[in-house]
Ligand binder design. Structure first.
Ligand code: SF4
Ligand code: SF4
Length: 193
């Protein structure tokens, strides 16, 4: 089975949020929902040094969406059978007709990825722009990034090309197997809490 996923480059991301806004526009999301989040990690300090100042301050960004995990926690808890994993693409699909709005999937997901639609009384989530992908296009977040900090493709190929750095970053890799690889910023590991 092919497993599609994302490669995210902290070393190129500027935190501009273009990916997030392109997704919000493409999926026509209301103010309460985001399928992609951009997290900032910052640290370091300033100190007086002679007649001036020295510092080791840094900031970098991590852009993350739903992870189309190998073992989706949301799928296992859904009592309505609304969530499934496509055996050709690895995309975790969701059927809004079946959803009863119980929010079990939201509680189960270690990334907080499913987003509840209050108006419809249904859960919603990223579908990896499945229609665009089927047409040979990139997910809209990838296409929108002006700095090429996001890449879409077959996960094993991405990891072979860039390494499995994500496993060192504290993501719940062991429990869900998120379909993402992250090239780190030189300053360190990301915060995704
Ligand atoms: S909110 Fe919908 S998709 Fe999520 S677990 Fe409940 S029925 Fe399933
Ligand atoms: S569009 Fe690209 S550079 Fe901007 S926040 Fe998203 S991933 Fe980072």
């Amino acid at each position: 089975m092919t497993q599609y996923g994302f490669h995210m480059r902290q070393d190129l991301c500027t935190g501009c949020h273009a990916c997030q806004m392109a997704c919000k526009d493409e999926k026509n999301l209301d103010d309460a929902r985001l399928y992609r989040h951009v997290f900032e990690t910052e640290g370091g300090s300033f100190a007086a040094a002679g007649s001036g100042w020295a510092h080791d301050a840094f900031a970098f960004y991590t852009s993350m969406s739903y992870n189309h995990c190998e073992r989706p926690a949301c799928l296992g808890v859904c009592p309505a059978g609304a969530i499934a994993k496509d055996d050709k693409t690895g995309i975790v699909t969701y059927d809004g007709e079946l959803c009863i709005g119980c929010k079990y999937c939201e509680e189960a997901c270690p990334y907080g990825a499913p987003q509840y639609d209050e108006a419809a009384g249904k859960m919603t989530k990223c579908d990896l722009c499945a229609d665009r992908v089927a047409a040979g296009e990139q997910p809209v977040c990838v296409a929108a990034c002006p700095f090429n900090a996001l890449e879409f493709g077959e996960l094993e190929e991405l990891r072979a090309q860039y390494g499995e750095a994500v496993t060192t970053f504290g993501l719940p890799e062991d429990t869900t197997g998120p379909s993402i690889a992250i090239t780190p910023h030189a300053a360190g590991a990301p915060s995704v809490a």
